[in-house]
Design a protein around this ligand. Structure first.
Ligand SMILES: Cc1cc2nc3c(=O)[nH]c(=O)nc-3n(C[C@H](O)[C@H](O)[C@H](O)COP(=O)(O)O)c2cc1C
Length: 169
């Protein structure tokens, strides 16, 4: 069992592609990828370090598979877990709800005891509002394959380097 479990949901594949790129950037067998369409909330308990990947759908909502797991998160104790978040979204088309899903999940998982790492700067984005922004930072890595796909590779490399330090792996 690897140390890091990366749990992602995806509807049109973009978040899955990002998940694979994040795993590759960690290198080796550090990261196990889990599509939440085939997962249960209790699977989170298997890992010391957790990465959560969720795109925002339907104007500020969780992606469908995450939606299905959301209420079950109430029943799990995540104290002692270190958790990082990433999302894919569209800052131009959904400027008032950019990456909301990442913020919704971060709030819930933090309430269940998870410790958030992997905050990033909002510099370089054009959205107006986001539930994923706390204290002027994104609570995780905000990817925008719809408008800034050319930036994703560098953003992922920089974030994974940051996480290696914060996870201590
Ligand atoms: C109907 C629809 C609603 C969307 N709503 C939002 C939104 O509220 N906020 C956001 O940041 N992106 C929104 N998006 C953009 C998606 O999050 C983005 O395309 C994402 O990369 C899709 O991820 P997936 O391919 O992994 O499912 C929306 C896209 C569609 C088609």
């Amino acid at each position: 069992m690897s140390k890091i479990g990366l749990f992602y949901g995806t509807t049109t594949g973009k978040t899955e592609e990002a998940a694979v790129a994040i795993k590759d950037a960690f290198g080796g067998d550090l990261v196990t990828l889990v599509d939440v369409a085939q997962a249960e909330v209790s699977d989170l308990s298997d890992y010391q370090y957790i990465i959560i990947g969720c795109p925002t759908w339907n104007i500020g909502e969780l992606q469908g598979d995450w939606e299905g797991l959301y209420e079950d998160l109430d029943d799990i104790d995540l104290s002692g877990k270190t958790v990082a978040y990433f999302g894919t979204g569209d800052q131009i088309g959904y400027a008032d709800n950019f990456q909301d899903a990442m913020g919704i999940l971060e709030e819930k998982i933090t309430a269940q005891g998870g410790k958030t790492v992997g905050y990033t700067s909002t510099h370089g984005y054009e959205h107006s509002e986001s539930k994923a922004v706390k204290d002027s930072k994104f609570v995780g890595l905000a990817l925008d394959e719809d408008n800034q796909s050319d930036l994703s590779g560098d953003r992922i490399q920089a974030w994974v380097a940051q996480l290696k330090g914060e996870f201590g792996v």
